[in-house]
Design a protein around this ligand. Structure first.
Ligand SMILES: CSC[C@@H](O)[C@@H](O)C(=O)COP(=O)(O)O
Length: 364
């Protein structure tokens, strides 16, 4: 069992090269990829070599460093950063992190001082996300501890969707951090892991993470959650998010909304764990305003796996059937029990969010 997970992004020993875990290969192969050009950074984000809102933010931040090192021309640098920022539309962390590092770059004199400033700011964002996730874990673990007490110490069954673990962040994860901290506290937790079609981030990534950490878990099909909730086999749902409005609407991996509906129907608390970098402080109406990424239909037609001989890809749809692939959905605030943030737990409404983040939201 591992005690300290590796990181999905790091600077190589030369202090220059950005290296990432190629998440497309997991759980079958653990391979690192180097990102040396802006095109490679953009492709890694779009092809989901790296994925998960906080991690694509950190990758975007280091992408600014790559852009700075690969062009001398300021206009070309800014254009490259704009392209990195637009690599995926839904997770607000990407634009937030790129903007933050670009602002830092432009405030520094051109040359080595600018490179040093960018390197420092990107590293700062990565460390902040680690710290945020650890705090989310501490706040979330109290919720799990309360449930454990109410159950007289029996196993707490938590259901999660997609991968909101350390692979999606830098360390700890958002939705998984409370599980890790609860286990440090000696609480007995079992995780229901939604497979999360089409790219199976739950079955491939969350199951791999939890297994490496020795956390009891069971992979279930995406459609099983409602059934388990009806039978009292889920004590709480905890998911991550790619963008959450300051009014409490939550965009997350496609299928999250259905879990929230099933949770509401069955009286199961539905929590969303997020760092402040995932709040969109501008948008009010999640359903109307959050951009939802439409990904390629091939991700629905084909399933990627592995045999003993290596990676294997099989087609599961008829050759002439079209497919649609919306990657995210929006869960309205009314279906969310509470947010678990680095500053504490709050209700999914403007006033409560403003109470935790007064510098971001005017409370009216
Ligand atoms: C802490 S990660 C939260 C979300 O980014 C996660 O739940 C998710 O939906 C990731 O989607 P992905 O398409 O794999 O990038």
């Amino acid at each position: 069992m591992e005690t300290k997970p590796m990181r999905p992004i790091r600077l190589a020993q030369d202090g220059r090269t950005v290296e990432v875990i190629d998440q497309r290969q997991l759980p079958h192969r653990l391979e690192m990829l180097s990102l040396d050009t802006v095109a490679q950074v953009i492709e890694a984000i779009q092809q989901m070599v790296v994925r998960g809102a906080p991690l694509i933010g950190v990758t975007g931040a280091y992408g600014v460093l790559v852009a700075l090192r690969t062009t001398d021309d300021e206009a070309a640098f800014l254009e490259a950063c704009a392209q990195i920022k637009a690599a995926r539309p839904t997770a607000v962390n990407l634009a937030w992190a790129v903007d933050r590092v670009v602002a830092c770059a432009m405030a520094a004199p051109a040359g080595t001082a600018r490179q040093a400033a960018v390197l420092q700011e990107a590293g700062r964002i990565a460390e902040e996300e680690v710290d945020n996730c650890r705090r989310i874990g501490e706040h979330g673990a109290r919720i799990i501890a309360d449930i454990s007490r109410a159950k007289g110490g029996q196993t707490v069954h938590l259901l999660t969707h997609c991968n909101a673990g350390w692979l999606a962040c830098v360390e700890w994860g958002t939705a998984t951090a409370p599980v890790y901290v609860a286990r440090e506290m000696g609480i007995d937790v079992h995780v229901w892991v939604d497979e999360t079609r089409p790219l199976n981030q739950g079955a491939r990534l969350t199951a791999w993470e939890l297994g490496r950490a020795g956390v009891p878990h069971t992979v279930i099909t995406d459609n099983a959650g409602g059934h388990l909730m009806q039978r009292g086999m889920v004590d709480l749902v905890v998911v991550g998010t790619d963008r959450t409005t300051f009014t409490g609407d939550v965009a997350n991996k496609i299928g999250t909304y259905l879990k929230a509906l099933a949770a509401r129907d069955n009286g199961v608390p539905f929590y969303v764990a997020l760092p402040s970098s995932t709040f969109d402080w501008q948008l009010q109406d999640g359903l109307a305003d959050i951009p939802i990424e439409a990904r390629h239909a091939d991700e629905v037609h084909w399933v990627q796996g592995a045999t003993r001989d290596g990676p294997a890809r099989v087609r599961i749809t008829p050759a002439d059937s079209p497919a649609a692939n919306p990657a995210f959905d929006v869960t309205p605030a009314r279906l969310v029990t509470a947010f678990i943030t680095e500053r504490g737990v709050c209700k999914p409404d403007r006033a409560d969010i403003a109470a935790l983040f007064p510098e971001k939201v005017q409370n009216d």
